[in-house]
Design a binder for this molecule. Structure first.
Ligand code: APR
Length: 230
């Protein structure tokens, strides 16, 4: 069983999604905050936004949907979780085998030395944070628009999609590539697809099963049925 999650799985933990009624891209312009050009132009502005998200996420808790995915990993040997999210809530819920396609905002990276390390400090002592060894402005270890996905994670995700028997698509608008291609790849290779979302997405026509509603309610119900062998 392979799962692809998006921002919708963290919505009920109080973490804003990107699109939809009160999404982040309705309030902020992605090209000002989530591109390498934006960071080069104004690292402080970008870091103020990530520092705000880090503080908000530090106060958030995994919800029953996150917890269900941790139960599934423990119960199913072939389980793999692929996420577009950078909030780290899957790891906080107990998932260990997590493929992070877009990085993680609890890691920082020195652009000069390319070193990456965990940094959970909330609040950060200074903005923008500087590399302790070379003094360059650190950046969040996340994938910005126009940047390539981490190659190993992307390869791993594609292999898993090709081999999946069951592929769950949870809380994603299904429009950001290349992540949105994974359900298509799974279907082409014979997987059974299930979508968990509040509304239809461009991926809905691919689905064998559709669960409409808040995923903190629908995923536990689906998992209970799956365990009863329904
Ligand atoms: N339960 C189920 N689905 C939900 C819920 C909920 N409680 N709340 C929101 N959703 C759904 C929305 O209907 C929408 O389809 O979650 C989806 C969130 O979509 P986006 O905000 O576009 O998030 P995502 O698909 O993860 O975005 C992909 O875009 O901005 C980039 O890198 C960023 O990883 C992100 C990528």
């Amino acid at each position: 069983m392979v799962v692809l999650t998006g921002a919708g799985i963290s919505a009920e933990s109080g973490v804003p999604t990107f699109r939809g009624p009160d999404g982040l891209w309705g309030r902020y312009r992605p090209e000002e905050l989530a591109t390498p050009e934006a960071f080069a132009r104004n690292p402080l502005r970008v870091w103020e936004w990530y520092a705000w998200r880090r503080e908000l996420i530090a106060r958030a808790e995994p919800n029953p949907a996150h917890q269900t995915l941790a139960e599934m990993e423990a119960a199913l040997p072939g389980f793999l979780l692929i996420t577009q999210n950078v909030d780290g809530l899957h790891q906080r819920a107990g998932n260990r085998r997590v493929v992070e396609l877009h990085g993680n905002l609890w890691r920082v990276r020195c652009p000069r030395e390319r070193q990456v390390w965990e940094d959970h400090r909330v609040p950060l002592p200074e903005l923008p944070p500087r590399c302790p060894t070379c003094g360059a402005f650190l950046r969040p270890d996340v994938v910005w628009f126009g940047e390539p996905l981490p190659p190993e994670e992307w390869q791993h995700a594609m292999e898993a999609a090709r081999e999946a028997e069951i592929f769950l698509v949870i809380g994603t608008s299904g429009i950001v590539e290349p992540a949105a291609s994974l359900p298509r790849l799974a279907r082409v290779h014979g997987a059974y697809l299930v979508e968990f979302n509040l509304e239809d997405t461009p991926l809905t026509p691919l689905m064998d099963e559709i669960w409409r509603g808040p995923v903190s309610e629908t995923l536990p119900r689906w998992w209970a049925r799956f365990q009863r062998g329904k």
